[in-house]
Write a protein that binds this ligand. Structure first.
Ligand code: BGC
Ligand code: NOJ
Length: 814
């Protein structure tokens, strides 16, 4: 069952039924100011940091669900009926409801008793404000007398404090109202130099800034007193709960269209001129008013929207594909790329499943996210790398997370997730292959942001590698530390206290538990570093790293192979995890994917055998589960993984992030059919047809789909912010379609299904445009290439000669 449809031409998903199984989300904003918006206008907005600079309030896990949003109400003053053109919060049934989920905007339209409303929400590029553009049409044959009410509920900035510290917070709310602008200035009188504003393009008939005056006592957002009565009370908030609500009275002739713009924005004033005059407590508005005036004008708003469209078109035009499969085309050309950029911006901080008050930017998460967007925004990828590297420690280890506002490592979580530093090697090498910017290796970056400790980025990478080598366990495999990629495999935690954090509690000295996954990741990273060292003129280092790769490969085959697949780990007692000998958790997906990607056992039949085992034991119709058999009870020595009921999350859920590793492994083994099959099983567009089972948005990946042990097998959870986005993008674009940047040029090695006769890709790379036409002339994967009509040896299309060059590449596969 579907709740809408893909409009590929306009790059939209159009939701046609408002009561989707869960709120379906979109994001607004791209750099400093962000918003989350659902298909019924729920969500919130913040400046840079979803915890510390939250502009509007949102109530997670509320009933009814998805409360707090960007609400408009319409009231027919003749019939006295009122409704929400976005369906919620009144829930009154609408006609012709449609929510257009677009790139950086959401547009919701509907009709109610012949009044048509269309609201487009977006954030102009480079601005710290959002625009709500309302077009209202009177489709009646007689005059309509309409009252329009807006409403947002302000958050008192720190979202955690806002939701907990009521003894203070109910006393401090402050606002100002001037013309049609409502200013939210709680704490501005003391240490804050920032405020929020909510402006309207029309003269207002009234306003409200105190929540209870607007709603009325004991009422909810679904039937505000002011809307019901058609009269605002012009309330000024003193403490309690400041809101912003405008009332605009519109008398509309038959057929008349009215345009009303609202702006919700954030402004910082210089500390020494924050007040209107000396001694006054009134906000100095001289800096903000020009912006407000500008964006209340429809012509300016239209221009800003056009600019936003161009921005997204340019970004997406960097990799465009035409294949025989519509789900592949749609995800690669539009949605997967879009999700990669959103994940890059927000890491795991703010979604409908991440409350914005917990985690900052994850070290491993952000490095992996980079793999999916580096070709689109290389400049910002560079900055991200430097920020991440600056949180690395002298030991080569890393803080697990850092705060976006301060860019400092989080002390509360600390480090010792032993996989973390290795991901930095993968992101840096991906960045250089994309851009050719070897200079980044010379950038002097401190450790733990400490002035005076600066070393070249190249040395940071060396220390990442050394960090693993300094921490080998009894079998010579890497020690796992607090956890590796699987945050829930906590082999040193041994927690029996409810509520204790599995990730930060350490009971054991950590000298025995080893990770085969990190062994694989290490081989992958050290091989990448060897290759980089070679082209960077450090051949001695390259030799050392190649030897280290060989050693770790040998160790892995000797101690990390279980006979038919790769082991997962050794626990604190030296017992195997992910082995045939175990009762539960006999085989895990992560080491199969990672070790094959790293080339471990490539000369033998290991890869083939491991992939067979994955197919036989882990595959379901909805994707590949993380491990089997699921843990049926809590194991003290395993930690959080066994805390989840079977089939959910890391305990045998389909943890989508890991599936592309298997897809990539299949392409390495030359199995294009198998790789695409796995790709399509979790592809959101392919799953659109079963939206009633999948339940999350059909245009983006979710972190997890319930596994076969779960009663709700096939149900997705935790959509949007997940490493799944980047890795699926890498798997399809670089391995199945096979077009990947290298130091010497664009490597073209597709491993596609036998049934595909051809496909084409337009790829911008190092300033040139490569038009790549691939034709299948035989059933295998052997590639021959002609560049501008001339045959080249091997599979690398050389770097371009000049900027803007158009390169024609024809590829035959047989
Ligand atoms: C989740 C993991 C997550 C970890 C750290 C766990 O509860 O299952 O997916 O990485 O928390 O926040
Ligand atoms: C989500 C975390 O953000 C990520 O870092 C981790 O690898 C996965 N969960 C698996 O536990």
């Amino acid at each position: 069952m579907r709740f809408g449809y893909f409009d590929d031409e306009n790059r939209e998903y159009v939701i046609t039924q408002p009561d989707t199984p869960l709120p379906w989300l979109n994001y607004l904003g791209d750099e400093d100011y962000f918003g989350l918006i659902s298909n019924t206008a729920g969500g919130y907005t913040f400046y840079r940091d979803a915890r510390l600079r939250r502009l509007t309030r949102y109530r997670y896990n509320n009933v009814p669900t998805d409360r707090g949003g960007r609400y408009l109400y319409l009231r027919d003053n003749q019939s006295e009926q009122y409704w929400s053109p976005t369906w919620q919060p009144t829930g009154r049934q609408l006609e012709n409801y449609a929510c257009h989920v677009g790139l950086g905007y959401t547009k919701i339209s509907s009709e109610y008793s012949d009044i048509k409303a269309e609201i487009r929400y977006f954030i102009p590029l480079g601005q710290t404000l959002e625009v709500w553009q309302l077009h209202l049409t009177n489709q009646r044959e007689k005059t309509a007398d309409i009252s329009l009410f807006s409403c947002v509920e302000f958050c008192l900035w720190d979202a955690l404090d806002d939701a907990t510290n009521f003894q203070r917070n109910l006393n401090i709310g402050e606002v100002e109202v001037e013309d049609s602008v409502i200013y939210h200035k709680t704490e501005y009188r003391e240490r804050r130099n920032h405020f929020a504003y909510f402006a309207c393009s029309e003269p207002v008939d009234g306003f409200d800034t105190q929540r209870d005056s607007f709603l009325g006592a004991y009422r909810g957002w679904d039937k505000p007193q002011s809307v019901e009565s058609g009269v605002s009370s012009n309330s000024i908030a003193h403490g309690w709960s400041p809101i912003g609500s405008h009332h605009v009275h519109l008398v509309m002739e038959p057929g008349e269209v009215r345009k009303v713009n609202f702006l919700l924005g954030y402004q910082e004033n210089p500390a020494d001129s924050k007040f209107e005059s000396e001694g006054s407590q009134i906000i100095n508005k001289q800096f903000v008013l020009p912006t407000i005036k500008r964006f209340l004008k429809s012509s300016e708003v239209e221009a800003a929207f056009a600019e936003l469209s161009t921005y997204w078109n340019d970004l997406l035009s960097i990799y465009q594909v035409k294949t025989p499969d519509e789900h592949t085309n749609r995800m690669v050309n539009i949605w997967n790329a879009y999700q990669c950029l959103i994940t890059f911006n927000l890491s795991r901080s703010a979604s409908y499943y991440e409350s914005g008050i917990g985690r900052g930017m994850g070290f491993r998460d952000s490095n992996q996210d980079l793999l999916g967007f580096v070709h689109m925004l290389p400049g910002r990828a560079r900055q991200r790398i430097l920020d991440l590297a600056a949180t690395q420690l002298e030991s080569g280890g890393a803080y697990h997370q850092y705060q976006p506002l301060t860019k400092r490592g989080n002390d509360a979580v600390g480090g010792n997730f032993n996989d973390d530093p290795l991901w930095l090697v993968l992101s840096v090498t991906a960045y250089i292959k994309e851009t050719g910017d070897f200079d980044i290796l010379e950038e002097l970056i401190p450790f733990d942001n400490q002035p005076g400790s600066e070393r070249p980025l190249y040395e940071h990478l060396q220390r990442s590698i050394q960090y693993t080598l300094d921490r080998l366990g009894p079998h010579g495999l890497p020690l796992i530390g607090r956890a590796d990629w699987n945050d829930c495999l906590n082999l040193n935690t041994f927690s029996s206290e409810p509520g204790e954090s599995f990730q930060t509690t350490t009971a054991m000295d950590g000298k025995t538990a080893e990770s085969v996954f990190i062994a694989g990741l290490f081989v992958l990273a050290v091989t990448e570093l060897a290759e980089l060292a070679d082209v960077y003129g450090k051949s001695v280092d390259a030799g050392i790293y190649r030897d280290a790769a060989v050693d770790m490969k040998d160790t892995t085959l000797q101690h990390g192979w279980d006979g038919d697949w790769f082991l997962r780990a050794y626990d604190h007692y030296g017992q195997k995890i992910g082995s045939n000998q175990n009762q539960e958790g006999q085989i895990f997906i992560e080491p199969q994917g990672m070790c094959i990607m790293a080339g471990i056992g490539r000369n033998g039949s290991h890869a083939e055998s491991a992939l067979m085992a994955v197919q036989k034991r882990l595959l379901t119709t909805h994707g590949i589960v993380l491990q089997q058999p699921a843990y049926s009870k809590y194991y003290l020595q395993l930690g959080e993984i066994s805390s989840y009921p079977p089939g959910y999350k890391e305990n045998a859920g389909i943890f989508c992030h890991t599936n592309p590793w298997i897809m990539i492994a299949e392409t390495i083994q030359g199995n294009g059919d198998q790789a695409l099959d796995y790709y399509l099983r979790i592809n959101p567009s392919q799953r659109e047809a079963i939206s009633e089972i999948h339940r999350c948005e059909p245009y983006v990946y979710a972190q997890m789909i319930a596994g076969r042990d779960a009663p709700t097998h096939g149900e997705a959870k935790n959509s949007w912010l997940s490493g799944t986005a980047a890795w699926n993008y890498v798997a399809i674009t670089q391995w199945i379609l096979g077009i990947r940047p290298s130091y010497k040029g664009l490597q073209v090695e597709p491993v596609i299904p036998k049934s595909w006769s051809d496909f084409s890709v337009r790829r911008k790379y190092r300033g040139a445009i490569y038009n790549i036409e691939v034709k299948r002339v035989g059933p295998g994967n052997q590639v021959s290439i002609e560049v501008d009509g001339k045959a080249v040896d091997g599979t690398v299309v050389p770097l371009p000669q000049s900027d803007g060059q158009q390169v024609h590449v024809s590829v035959a596969i047989k």
